[in-house]
Design a protein around this ligand. Structure first.
Ligand code: NAP
Length: 277
């Protein structure tokens, strides 16, 4: 298959591109930076330099690649600024989906799992988004726009839990790992879900064959920071974190749909996954 990977060098792209190449697909992978082209070539992808916020240039590059599938693995989290990430999800996704539609390509997109109203009752893909949220309202609005655009064009959206593993914030040398070792890590008490980054990346490859819709890609054990925080800190050689109670109770999320589709994570729980960090 001809596959365009939007975001070839992000936390997912670096994992997904080599898997697709190994499976024999022709992969066109993007970066905004000419200095990163070589890194894409080293993954055996055909590099494309393009910014999704430049609608015309993005569309031209998409049409030239003639993809059958576009993987939307774009986030703007490098700076930690939620506003630019929400803008990318809303405006960038419009550009990406429009170009994919014109090329006749299907979209498989990355989203997040912490999007439902707080409750102790587990949420699944049919649970409405928490559109009335205070902060992070911008985040939820961006997610809502991304998901509406992708589902509206008959694509697949994978709502991933908090990623951990090499190259993520939840790694020994990642943002939270360094904070844990410096004794400055603060974790929310709110219930949330994790997923190991390689497990989540495998879901994107499998989703090429999945029907249109939302799918939660999370492990089997949602938990609050009082449980997972000390385990994470211990795993990276840090001290137990401070727990912040100001973010409500959170929401457990089910992964039944993903498991029924055949997704079988190697780390069924962060309890075992963190021990590999
Ligand atoms: N579910 C989760 O918990 C989750 C999900 C994703 C990320 N994260 C965290 O966020 C951290 C940073 O993520 P990341 O490494 O993936 O980096 P990132 O800075 O969020 O970038 C991700 C990808 O998006 C591309 N991109 C961003 N803006 C773009 C635009 N306007 N046009 C085209 N491409 C654009 C980047 O390409 P170029 O920079 O090459 O141009 C890159 O390939 C990770 O370490 C991870 O811990 C967490």
């Amino acid at each position: 298959m001809r596959i365009r990977v939007a975001g070839g060098l992000g936390v997912f792209g670096r994992r997904v591109v080599p898997s697709l190449v190994r499976q024999g697909h022709t992969v066109f992978a993007t970066t905004r930076s000419p200095t990163r082209v070589r890194a894409l070539e080293q993954l055996d992808a055909h590099p494309i330099v393009a910014d999704v916020l430049d609608d015309e240039a993005w569309d031209g590059a998409t049409q030239r690649a003639r993809p059958e599938v576009v993987l939307h693995l774009l986030t703007d989290l490098g700076t930690g600024d939620p506003t630019s990430n929400a803008h990318l999800r809303a405006v960038g996704t419009q550009s990406l989906v429009g170009a994919a539609d014109r090329a006749g390509a299907r979209v498989v997109a990355e989203s997040i799992s912490w999007v439902n109203p707080p409750s102790s009752a587990p949420a699944d893909e049919a649970t409405p988004l928490y559109l009335q949220a205070g902060e992070p309202r911008r985040t939820i609005a961006g997610v809502a726009a991304l998901e509406a655009a992708v589902i509206g064009s008959h694509g697949v959206v994978l709502r991933c839990g908090q990623l951990y593993g090499p190259g993520t914030w939840f790694a020994r040398e990642g943002r939270h790992g360094l904070a844990a070792r410096a004794g400055s890590l603060v974790v929310p008490s709110a219930v949330a879900s994790f997923v190991e980054a390689d497990d989540a990346a495998r879901a994107f490859v499998q989703a090429l064959a999945w029907p249109s819709g939302l799918v939660n890609i999370v492990d089997d054990e949602p938990a609050g920071g009082r449980e997972w925080g000390p385990a994470f800190a211990a795993a990276v050689g840090g001290t137990p974190p401070q727990v912040d109670d100001s973010n409500g109770i959170g929401r457990p999320v089910r992964n039944r749909a993903a498991r029924q589709l055949g997704w079988d994570p190697s780390a069924a729980s962060w309890r075992e996954g963190f021990t590999q960090l």
